[in-house]
Design a protein. Structure first.
Length: 385
């Protein structure tokens, strides 16, 4: 079945793309930020922790925000908070304020992502995984633009923060475009936000979700530092090397649903995790720039569909409570985002970034283990939908 990409799809996708322009510059720019603020790897890793805490807060708040305002309005509220956080990050350079800005913007980012999952799942009930993955693929184009802009500006005399500032006018233009189509009508369900206890199977799969997101953000935040350590490249070139990771993400998210359409949900997730494991193993051993770039592309392709597939697994295991499942997935993402970059920074300060990065394959194995332990009941082929 061909996915019909309508106004809902493109509005949500462009929101994500603009957010990823920021994230594409923010993660790889951590070595630049650390040099500017004269901080250790541990302190620099606190920016990831702030983003993770924001995701945890958003996980608890999103079901209530959606209940009151509706999914579309909630996404725009998150988008506004994201833009406010970016402005604060760019114009307030002290580390205490960049941490606060990351917390504010991160809450907005997580709110947009949470509502994206439920908007597309509800809008495409038979093609949810493909819709979420391809929407994320478009978002990856933003990640690539963000990485390019920050890396290019870092090699000049201008401040690399200008590359992040571009998302604010883009966000405003998207709002002007979408405003006439934003529904003003929303009647909160009388029975309140989705609630109740989730099953043991859900929580085991939830642990796997944490492992998946941890590998993504560990790579996003510190792969540039590993490239610099192994290859000896400059901070600017190491930052630009993350472009390969972004390209791999974009390719995997756009073409992955088609390539893997004949596999069931669990087999798809096992396949991309295995591909990431192989790519990361070669990347970790590499001391050659071109090989590091090639394997970073492989890692990006492996990571690409994990969020969409893991989120779909959680929704299927939620007993018909998608908002609650996505809210709890945001809690998992927050734990991953807060812990993985920070722990890598701590381990990097004590063991060196190369040894610290061995936590990534361990996380991949944990994720694979949860899929084997808790299979979903979905056995339908994507091609038959």
């Amino acid at each position: 079945m061909t996915l019909k990409r309508d106004r809902v799809f493109w509005t949500v996708s462009l929101q994500l793309a603009i957010i990823n322009i920021y994230l594409g510059g923010f993660g790889p720019a951590q070595p630049l930020l650390r040099a500017e603020q004269h901080t250790s790897l541990t302190v620099a890793g606190l920016h990831g922790t702030a983003m993770g805490v924001a995701a945890i807060l958003a996980g608890f708040m999103t079901p209530h925000i959606v209940h009151k305002f509706g999914r579309a309005a909630a996404s725009w509220l998150g988008f506004a908070l994201f833009a406010a956080g970016v402005l604060m990050f760019v114009f307030c350079p002290p580390v205490s304020l960049t941490l606060l800005a990351t917390l504010l913007g991160g809450f907005g980012v997580s709110t947009v992502i949470n509502t994206m999952v439920t908007q597309l799942s509800g809008h495409y009930p038979k093609d949810a995984t493909a819709a979420i993955s391809q929407s994320s693929g478009i978002a990856s184009a933003g990640y690539i633009i963000g990485t390019l802009s920050v890396g290019a500006i870092a090699s000049t005399s201008m401040s690399w923060r200008l590359g992040l500032l571009s998302v604010v006018p883009l966000a405003f233009l998207l709002y002007l475009y979408a405003r006439p189509h934003i529904s003003k009508e929303h009647v909160p369900p009388a029975n309140g936000p989705e609630r109740g206890a989730l099953s043991t199977k859900f929580w085991i799969a939830w642990i796997g979700f944490i492992a998946c997101i941890s590998t993504e953000f560990a790579t996003t935040f510190w792969a540039a530092a590993l490239v610099r350590d192994r290859v000896g490249s400059s901070a600017a070139i190491s930052t630009l090397s993350m472009l390969a990771f972004g390209i791999g993400m974009a390719i995997g998210r756009w073409f992955g649903p088609t390539l893997l359409r004949r596999l069931n949900l669990d087999s798809k997730l096992k396949s991309v995790l295995t591909f990431q494991f192989v790519g990361f193993g070669i990347f970790w051993f590499s001391h050659i720039m071109w090989l590091s770039l090639l394997t970073l592309l492989m890692v990006g392709a492996g990571v690409s569909m994990q969020f969409a597939l893991s989120s779909t697994r959680l929704i299927q295991l939620s007993d018909g409570r998608p908002e609650l499942a996505v809210g709890r997935s945001s809690l998992a993402a927050g734990i991953a985002i807060a812990a993985a970059p920070f722990l890598l920074g701590v381990f990097g300060d004590h063991l060196g970034i190369s040894r610290a990065y061995l936590m990534v394959p361990v996380l991949i194995v944990i994720a694979l283990g949860t899929i084997i332990a808790i299979p979903t009941q979905s056995r339908a082929l994507e091609a038959s939908k």
